[in-house]
Design a protein around this ligand. Structure first.
Ligand code: SAM
Ligand code: SF4
Length: 331
């Protein structure tokens, strides 16, 4: 049971830590070809600072951490961070979101440190479409990581951001992948965080359209209960080994049970995916704040969370959509 609650009575026990804004892919929905204005390395939270923050959060009731980015494995010595986290009392689950290009060699060490849940971003099962969407020819590396994850018995969820005309032909093949593999495939609504100037028009692949497309092919697909705090609507096709999820990331139907905080690579705390950041923990730490002072600042922020992503969007001073990239938010 969490001991930390926000101003809307929601438990807060999960933190998503984006450990770098850098990435070796250039997914079109996430950032432009030329990348974004990556912060100088000195502006990134150091591992020691992250571990200190996690110790403070664990003491407040946070039990689960997800490491994300940018691509976590482009940051040097990242296994040192995993080792440090595994030693923090109170952190019961360490999860990872990765693009899978550099991950394979680290799988045994991750398992040994207790990591079980890995979300792998893979938007298509076709090598050419992969190269078009990510602007890099890395499909083979990602696929071999995926196979290794399944063989090594990780709990694997594939994240698929749906883009009209670019990978919607992969919806059914992805669902078929769950027939014999005990994995989750999750289709995600595209959000306007691509680091570019142009915003998408109306979202074509919203969760209802995704659900109808799958249902048309698999009429026996059934809704199953969603785990607590799940952002996905979950489904299963009778007889299939795995499951299917749909994440209404843009429609934001899941805010009522949101239990998570986000920390950007530069130490900005976000109490909602759609807010522009509440305060900078790195600055507070580097100004010499004590653990108690940091805890107080965190409690203030958690006590003032927007009730949902729409309120958070309205509170943004710079307007919305912003030129933010998901590579600094972590997903
Ligand atoms: N590089 C890692 C990866 O791709 O898994 C971790 C960081 S990535 C920003 C985290 C997740 O955010 C990925 O699953 C990615 O597909 C998703 N994502 C990125 N940009 C998005 C967008 N504009 N809308 C919806 N999801 C997005
Ligand atoms: Fe990199 Fe992940 Fe963004 Fe793709 S979604 S560009 S892999 S950070």
């Amino acid at each position: 049971m969490s001991s930390l609650f926000d101003n809307h009575g929601r438990p807060v026990n999960y933190v998503r830590l984006a450990i770098t804004d850098r990435c070796n892919l250039r997914c079109a929905y996430c950032m432009p070809e030329e990348g974004i204005n990556f912060g100088p390395r000195s502006t990134l939270l150091q591992y020691e600072e992250m571990l200190r923050l996690l110790r403070i959060l664990a003491g407040m009731g946070v039990e689960k951490v997800r490491i994300t980015g940018g691509e976590p494995f482009v940051r040097r010595d990242v296994m040192d961070l995993f080792q440090g986290m595994a030693a923090i009392k109170g952190i019961k689950k360490i999860a990872l979101t990765t693009n899978g290009t550099l991950t394979r060699a680290h799988l045994p060490a991750l398992w040994a440190l207790g990591v079980r849940q890995i979300n792998l971003s893979l938007d298509t099962l076709d090598r050419d479409r992969f190269a078009q969407i990510t602007r890099r020819d890395e499909f083979d590396a990602v696929w071999s990581t995926f196979r290794a994850m399944v063989e090594q018995k990780f709990e694997v969820k594939i994240n698929v951001v749906l883009l009209q005309g670019r990978n919607d032909m992969d919806i059914i093949p992805f669902v078929k992948l769950t027939q014999h593999m005990p994995i989750g495939v999750r289709f995600i609504e595209e959000m306007p965080f691509n680091g570019g100037e142009t915003s998408q028009g109306k979202l074509f692949w919203d969760w209802k359209r995704i659900e109808s497309a799958i249902h048309a092919e698999f009429p026996r697909m059934r809704k199953i209960p969603d785990p607590p705090h799940s952002t996905a609507l979950n489904y299963r096709i009778p007889g299939f080994a795995g499951s299917v999820g749909i994440i209404p990331a843009y429609s934001r139907t899941f805010c009522g049970t949101c239990n998570r905080l986000r920390i950007t690579p530069q130490g900005l705390l976000k109490t909602c995916l759609y807010d522009q950041g509440v305060f900078n923990i790195r600055d507070l730490m580097r100004a010499g704040a004590t653990d108690a002072e940091i805890k107080t600042a965190l409690l203030d922020a958690i006590g003032n969370r927007a009730k949902d992503g729409f309120e958070a969007e309205q509170r943004r001073l710079g307007g919305f959509p912003a030129r933010e990239s998901m590579t600094t938010i972590g997903g």
